[in-house]
Design a protein around this ligand. Structure first.
Ligand code: NAD
Length: 332
């Protein structure tokens, strides 16, 4: 709320709904002008607004989003778009039947350093992307209201909750659709030792095959603060793009001196809440959302699909075939 309200012309909150008293108190402190509701259904029927922000846990995203679309509101839905594929499919279908703008908060796409990397990729700087790597090292999840995150039926699991961001970047950069996912992972520590809550895994290696020949690898560790976030793309011209959030490097293999171009960024620019909201506002004002909303919903679904396939692979030990147009994954 506060990061949105700090944006000039970013909009004003007229109401919020949350069944949890302390969360409502927090919202009241940040948006004293807004009306408070315990039940989002009552809020939707009582309040006139333009935009609905869906910031409840992901097991509720589908139900709330569908009601918001029905009410004719533009929707900013937090990532992950939903915790299950069935919910993702229901959102895609409802968005395609609606005239509202739909936006899913996969905001790494709006962070300047990752946007710049996309521009370089699209301009042919690495040729055709063939290998993509991402490594995130971080602290375990912080406690959530009612600990919903520890319940996989509500959060979708650790890779759904966190790594849809990275699977989305892979999908975006390589321009293909995931066709097969193989992963290993598990829980190295207990929550008391600094792991994720409940049974949520705390480390994983995820390998993805794309239908256009690209391959991607995610390395994830939840018990290694402080934060590190590294991304690398190698294309068929042998060039390499590397970013660690604070700098973007483009290596040129033809120079024996290992020459590279480098661009610097500040970590403050990596604040996805702000850049994501600005992008959402831009979509609203440019009026370019007609048709694009369904594409955004499909993008949200594709990132969840890879995350769910990776978790399935970790559980079964088998590779998982993924067809973005198919309802069902098959272990192979
Ligand atoms: N884009 C990002 O990088 C990012 C960052 C953090 C969280 N998220 C996403 O935002 C969502 C919320 O995560 P969080 O960290 O804020 O969790 P949280 O537990 O801190 O907050 C969730 C809030 O939703 C409320 N809630 C529960 N049931 C509700 C209902 N029926 N109606 C209305 N509100 C309800 C809870 O009481 C709580 O106040 C999740 O989907 C999460 O993945 C996205």
């Amino acid at each position: 709320m506060s990061s949105i309200q700090q944006i000039e012309g970013g909009g004003e909150f007229v109401a919020y709904a949350d069944p949890h008293g302390p969360s409502r108190n927090k919202a009241a402190a940040q948006a004293p002008q807004a009306s408070a509701f315990e039940d989002w259904r009552r809020m939707l029927s009582a309040v006139e607004a333009d935009v609905l922000l869906v910031t409840a846990p992901q097991y509720l995203h589908c139900e709330i989003t569908l009601a918001g679309l029905e009410a004719g509101l533009d929707i900013y839905c937090e990532k992950p778009m939903a915790a299950t594929l069935a919910d993702c499919d229901a959102i895609v279908s409802a968005v395609s039947d609606s005239n509202s703008l739909f936006y899913v908060g996969l905001q790494l796409r709006t962070v300047p350093v990752f946007r710049h990397a996309k521009q370089l990729v699209d301009s042919g700087a690495v040729g055709t992307p063939r290998m993509l790597f991402c490594r995130e090292l971080r602290a375990p999840f912080i406690p959530k209201v009612d600990n919903w995150i520890a319940d996989e039926s509500k959060s979708g699991g650790a890779l759904v909750e966190k790594n849809v961001h990275h699977f989305d970047l892979f999908n975006w950069y390589c321009g293909g659709r995931a066709s097969r996912v193989q992963a290993i992972g598990g829980k190295a520590l207990t929550p008391e030792q600094g792991s994720n809550p409940g049974d949520l895994i705390d480390h994983a290696f995820v390998l993805i095959d794309y239908d256009n020949g690209a391959r991607a690898c995610l390395e994830m560790c939840f018990f290694c603060p402080p934060f590190a976030h590294e991304l690398e793309i190698i294309g068929d011209n042998g060039r390499r793009l590397v970013t660690d959030l604070e700098q973007l490097k483009l290596w040129d293999p033809e120079h024996e001196t290992r020459r590279h171009d480098v661009w610097h960024y500040s970590l403050a620019q990596a604040h996805g809440d702000r850049t994501g909201w600005l992008d959402f506002l831009d979509c609203r004002t440019s009026g370019s959302h007609a048709g694009a909303s369904t594409g955004r919903a499909e993008t949200g679904r594709d990132s969840v699909r890879v995350a769910l396939a990776a978790q399935q692979s970790i559980k079964t030990g088998a590779a998982v075939s993924v067809d973005p147009h198919d309802e069902h994954e098959n272990a192979t």
